[in-house]
Design a binder for this molecule. Sequence first.
Ligand code: ZN
Length: 290
Amino acid sequence: MKRITFIILVIGLAILSACASDTETTSQGKTSSTNKENEEQEQPSEGEKPDEDKLTEEDAGEEVVEDDPPVEAQYTISENWSLIPLEEGINEDIVLLTIDDAPDENAVEMASTLKELDAGAIFFVNGHFIDTPEEEEMLKEIHEMGFMIGNHTFSHATLPEISEEEQKEEIISLSDRIEEIIGERPLFFRAPHGANTDYAIKVAEEEGMTVMNWTYGYDYFQPYMDAEKLAEAMISGEGPEVDVPYSLLKPGANLLMHDREWTAEALPRIVEGLREKGYEMLDPALIETK
Ligand SMILES: [Zn+2]
């Protein structure tokens, strides 16, 4: 009898924790809508193919030193999280695409779409999305398609609400995990909900990461959970249904999107629409890092 009770208890706990993560994902969107979060983006460049070899070799337990040719930084992140050229003569009409809360259901498809469109992006990932072999595979795929992988904390924690020790664990354990899977540590950090703490920023920077929030995004607001409306909002920069009746689209805009069905569907239109407006999708490898 005791054993049965114990088993029921364990099953109950498992269900509870599953619910907890659903809530977390959902509540992120809500919190995001009140906090303007910023996130960074990275770009899928064709030049990163060697990573595949590296991954394979690492799987075999060998240490491989990668020699990617160094890319000279052309942009830096401003105080309001937009991307600005480091020198005159560099195109300022760029936007950065970033995809948060990956890799959940749509990230691989989103990466394929972006690769086809030759548009760079940063995928900010969470540890709870890369804890099964299938999910690890998705992360590898995204990385191997040439996209930059960023740290978005292990469990999508709201950093100001947890202890310093926990913040450190949220950040470093995820970088460790990412390195185990793709063979390199992330270069960018974005706090869930854009809620940074001085301590978390210090930890991220000590870890060699550059911190970024974002300048605008609409896919986590209820009225824009629709591909057509989202595409229009992202391309115009305007979100009249969430009190943004003016355009936030400016040179260097840092665009926040998420691993969501409607965003995946809107993505080709968003990229094409921004290009029609004269914006280039920035290769995240051109962003200055710490
Ligand atoms: Zn998030």
